[in-house]
Design a protein around this ligand. Structure first.
Ligand SMILES: *Cc1c(COP(=O)(O)O)cnc(C)c1O
Length: 417
């Protein structure tokens, strides 16, 4: 190693980048962005299963601990495999930086710990992931961070909820299971006019369909457990955003709080990102075909899918999501009253032979679930109805099986109604 004695103390020596053309497109970055290969010249990215890294001498170790030189030190906050995943995901989201976390929920925990303090206020959609509501309202409420929950789609409600202490707006689009779409650009404008930041949970679309940073969002949250891995193998998370915020606010919390992603899980997500775009396009195409077919079935009372012209925010979704509806479709089976609705929904779910009965999503294997008794089972029936979730509702997260097999899988149960 050569010692560059002219190097400024304030400009830390940086790790090298992959030598790619400056105008490389997203599909290329998804396969190539990361770190240069090790001296052994591996073509597939290496898995660095090591907790710590060795320094050539004490002075170099000191420089690295003082952040004068970017280097791998300890896998709680620096690991080459994890960094490859972070750089690749940042490239796909079009942000300067990314920090990987142990789960999607720990990404949201890191977001709040890094940005907020007691007395600060958050405005959040009422339709976000259930654990996000519990974390903000329950856990962070205890520490004096207060959250106001507002309509997913009514921009005026967001504006009206802003207070002088509002530091963060948090949105997730489309929502689960009703696929309601919020207007990212409008929310970014409200946040910025109030001197606050907008964070968007981009789990349902992934950067293959929707890049919130291009629409003005400051921070992008991911559950890597879903489409980024894409094959239902690991639990993972990440925050993407400007380098100043990631390095200045999140890395120090990661260093002391340690909600880090394991290098093995980072490697699985890293390899998942290589096929993200083709999976998202194929699964979204199948979901559209399934949604159109469901709309035609006499036993189906309603279908929610952003790719259908009947969806209330269809035009906004198409503009925001690259013309794709995503891979999640929800529908309601006919049945008078809650008990018939539930019986019919269970009959359709139980008649499937291909779909996996699980509340997870983002897998190449199609999953089917009854939101009222699983993901939203902890709510009261009144809260559920206020959220638009009835006993007859079924959510399908479409995978990569043949579309005709998926239709036949659902037709079998619908025929029993
Ligand atoms: C699953 C999910 C999360 C939480 O992610 P985990 O990896 O399970 O912790 C957050 N947001 C959305 C939209 C999700 O679907």
């Amino acid at each position: 190693m050569t010692t560059d004695t002219n190097r400024s103390k304030t400009e830390p020596k940086r790790l090298p980048r992959v030598d790619l053309p400056a105008d490389a497109r997203l599909d290329t970055l998804a396969v190539r962005e990361g770190l240069p290969a090790s001296p052994w010249g591996e073509n597939s990215e290496a898995l660095f299963l090591t907790s710590s890294f060795v320094h050539p001498d004490a002075a170099t170790a000191a420089a690295r601990f003082a952040n004068e030189e970017e280097a791998f030190v300890y896998s709680r906050f620096t690991n080459p495999t994890t960094m490859m995943m972070e750089r690749r995901l940042a490239a796909l989201e079009g942000t300067e930086a990314c920090i990987a976390t142990s789960s999607g929920m720990s990404a949201i925990m890191l977001l709040v710990m890094g940005l907020l303090k007691a007395g600060d206020h958050v405005v959040c959609s009422r339709s976000v992931f259930g654990s996000t509501i519990k974390l903000l309202q329950g856990e962070f409420g205890k520490f004096g961070v207060l959250t106001t929950f507002v309509s997913q789609t009514d921009v005026a409600e967001w504006r009206a909820a802003i207070r002088p202490e509002t530091k963060l707006l948090f949105a997730e689009t489309p929502s689960n299971p009703l696929t309601e779409v919020c207007d990212i650009r409008a929310l970014a404008d409200i946040a910025h006019a109030a001197g606050a930041l907008l964070a968007v949970d981009n789990c349902f679309c992934s950067p293959a369909l929707q890049q919130p940073a291009k629409l003005g969002a400051d921070l992008i949250i991911h559950s890597g457990t879903k489409y980024l891995d894409g094959q239902g193998r690991v639990v993972a998370g990440a925050i993407c955003g400007p380098e100043a915020i990631v390095e200045g606010k999140f890395v120090p919390v990661m260093r002391s709080a340690g909600m880090c992603l394991s290098p093995f899980n980072a490697w699985v997500v890293l390899k998942g990102l290589e096929t993200l775009a083709i999976r998202m396009r194929a699964q979204s195409e199948s979901a559209l075909a399934l949604a159109r077919w469901l709309e035609q079935q006499p036993q189906v009372a309603a279908v929610w899918y952003p790719g259908l012209p009947s969806h209330p925010q269809h035009e906004l979704a198409m503009a925001q999501q690259g013309g794709c509806g995503g891979a999640v479709v929800s529908f309601v089976v006919r049945g008078e009253g809650a008990s018939a609705g539930r019986t019919h929904a269970f009959a359709v779910i139980d008649a499937t032979r291909i779909c996996s009965i699980t509340a997870n999503l983002g897998d190449t294997k199609t999953t089917i679930t009854h939101p009222a008794s699983t993901s939203h089972g902890r709510l009261s029936e009144e809260q559920r109805l206020a959220a638009g979730i009835t006993q007859g509702m079924i959510r399908v997260a479409v995978g990569l099986e043949h579309i005709d097999d998926l239709k036949a899988d659902l037709a079998r149960g619908l025929a029993l109604i």
